[in-house]
Design a binder for this molecule. Structure first.
Ligand code: BTN
Length: 261
């Protein structure tokens, strides 16, 4: 899958407590796939795979994720120290880290559970999160946090159907930002969020999420396992599940799903 390695950046040390190594490629199929291969080869954790473009990037439910040059396409591999029941909080922590990174550039965003970061107020997608992991004997062996972020790319690099729905840092600020600066900020923010999780401070994490959330209190449709549920998005649980109040008064919990406002 790896077509080319940018040798001088191939293995670079990075100043982060959660990730010490960054593997930098010019082109891969998917950074999440490379991350899994590296785990299998090296049995090590705490690294990042980043590629300048992806030819087989994928998102939720295996949807194609277009990844042209100029974006940040990365996978952060961690050895979790928290209980498996908290895995649903990972997209929340990652989305908060993205929102805070963008906030530091004065870019306003809203978070759409579980994995979308939308530019405010036009609701164009600026980033997405895909968390994958491996469970063995009821504990988490590793997690891969895949983050795709439109940084210096422009909408016209996307296929026609995506153009009107996406934006990038460059399109908003009219300024190119070094991708590795964004990466460093993301890791810093993620470290901060993980620390909260380690200290059992889910309430703090969720109250931060609610500052950026654009779903709670609204009528939504959730597509989960090919079934559509309609109701009001009431809350997010301390495990990261969305609580949906159905028309008949029942509340359902969703760990993942396609949410349509
Ligand atoms: C989504 O919104 O559906 C999630 C998109 C996640 C895309 C990122 S880009 C880096 C990593 N590699 C992938 O193939 N996917 C994730």
């Amino acid at each position: 899958m790896v077509t080319e390695l940018t040798g001088f950046l191939e293995k670079k040390s990075f100043d982060s407590a959660i990730c010490s190594t960054i593997y930098h490629y010019s082109e891969v199929g998917s950074t999440n796939t490379i991350a899994r291969e590296k785990i299998d080869e090296e049995q090590s954790f705490g690294f990042v795979v980043v590629s300048e473009r992806q030819t087989g990037g994928y998102g939720q439910r295996g949807n194609k994720w277009e990844s042209p040059i100029g974006g940040l396409w990365c996978s952060i591999v961690l050895k979790p120290t928290f209980h498996i029941s908290k895995i649903g909080l990972m997209p929340i922590l990652a989305a908060l880290s993205v929102a805070k990174t963008l906030d530091s550039l004065s870019i306003k965003t809203r978070l759409k559970w579980p994995n979308d970061i939308l530019h405010y107020p036009d609701n164009k997608k600026i980033a997405g999160i895909l968390v994958e992991g491996k469970v063995s004997q009821d504990s988490l062996e590793y997690i891969i946090i895949g983050i795709g972020m439109n940084v210096n790319n422009t909408s016209d690099q996307f296929s026609r159907s995506l153009r009107r729905k996406t934006t990038s840092i460059f399109e908003i600020l009219d300024e190119k930002i070094p991708i590795m600066d964004i990466m460093a900020s993301l890791l810093e923010q993620l470290e901060d969020q993980l620390l909260k999780l380690q200290n059992n401070n889910e309430t703090k994490i969720l109250s931060e999420w609610k500052k950026w959330d654009n779903v709670l209190g609204l009528n939504v449709r959730i597509l989960s396992n090919d079934i559509e549920y309609i109701g009001i998005a009431r809350d997010i649980s301390t495990n990261g599940q969305l609580l949906l109040e159905l028309k008949d008064g029942r509340t359902m919990k969703f760990s993942t799903g396609d949410l349509i406002l």
